[in-house]
Design a protein around this ligand. Structure first.
Ligand code: SF4
Length: 325
């Protein structure tokens, strides 16, 4: 559901939202959420790392960067049979979208046929497909679209100003250019960021402004809570105030009202109560499964129990298709 954005956001306007009393902000976010998602169902995405480690980039939070000593070893691209089995298990557990991540700076032309094959395996199962493979060229984006790709994930991570504090091996503009190529190829855009990198509230606002001012706005916005990994430059980053994280989710919902706001990395460190607050703030998608790329993720059973305790229904595959058509 590509939607044209309705307003140009400014950092000042977003900072005003951050300054609202917590209850007022959540009320506003939940009101908008109900307007666009009256069923208030949860969409489940399962993420599989299809190519571990050895990445030449220097994203300071990432255990897959070859330059950090995190115990992650470089592996080859997974074979289609292994990927299909994982996707079948994810579907059986209730996931509607299967996301595949490779620790690459950019997709290489030589890998396009193998990735296209994996996308087709996912589509055969009737699931939505998503990949995150680094930077893309126009022709690669078209090839992925032709293979049946539904979503491409490429996070902006943080504000344009703070970006160079976190990644020096590529620029913010590189990021935006790939998002543009994805959009031009007719693939749905999944783009979000990470909270707790050491950024200021101004940076959090700047990241949301970047995402909300994309035209059309992204169909998926993952909001990650930093998982500090030993061996990475951010290993000692202190956790962010949980209410600031919930505020960020609420503001994402207000600014990008029709998107799926996804709780991604960092849920393991969140209490059930904090996750419930995030759902109240407008998060309506979770990464679901035992592992999120390299970091731990709450077990699927525990997630289903939490959703059950909260009376939140899980979105079915057919409904997802209608929603995204
Ligand atoms: S986040 Fe992605 S691009 Fe950055 S180091 Fe990790 S795998 Fe590489």
């Amino acid at each position: 559901m590509s939607e044209t954005k309705e307003q140009n956001w400014t950092v000042d306007a977003v900072l005003k939202l951050y300054e609202l009393p917590f209850n007022d902000l959540l009320y506003q976010a939940q009101t908008i959420h109900r307007q666009y998602f009256p069923q208030s169902e949860m969409q489940l995405s399962t993420l599989l790392n299809i190519k571990d480690g050895g990445c030449p980039e220097d994203c300071h939070y990432c255990p897959q960067a070859a330059r950090y000593h995190t115990g992650v070893t470089a592996k080859k691209l997974l074979d289609p049979e292994t990927v299909r089995k994982n996707a079948e298990a994810a579907k059986a557990a209730g996931a509607t979208r299967f996301c595949m991540g490779a620790a690459w700076r950019e997709l290489k032309d030589r890998d396009v046929p193998a990735i296209a094959n994996l996308i087709q395996e996912i589509k055969k199962l009737g699931m939505e497909s998503c990949v995150t493979l680094g930077m893309l060229t126009d022709s690669q984006a078209e090839a992925l679209k032709n293979a049946g790709l539904d979503y491409y994930n490429h996070n902006v991570d943080t504000s344009p100003e703070y970006y160079q504090e976190i990644i020096t091996t590529r620029t913010y503009d590189d990021r935006l250019q790939t998002l543009n190529r994805v959009r031009n190829a007719g693939i749905h855009v999944c783009s979000g960021g990470i909270i707790g990198l050491g950024e200021s509230r101004h940076d959090r606002a700047g990241m949301l402004v970047t995402l909300a001012n994309l035209d059309p706005q992204p169909e998926s916005v993952p909001i990650n809570n930093l998982v500090p990994i030993p061996g990475t430059p951010l290993e000692n980053r202190p956790p962010i105030d949980p209410f600031e994280f919930v505020r960020t989710v609420a503001i994402a919902r207000i600014m990008i009202p029709k998107t799926r706001v996804r709780l991604s990395a960092g849920r393991t460190a969140m209490s059930d109560e904090m996750q419930a607050l995030c759902f109240l703030a407008g998060a309506n998608s979770i990464h679901y499964g035992q592992k999120l790329l390299i970091t731990a993720n709450p077990e699927a059973k525990k997630d289903r129990e939490l959703l059950d305790r909260l009376g939140i229904k899980i979105e079915a595959i057919q409904e997802t298709r209608q929603h995204c058509s």
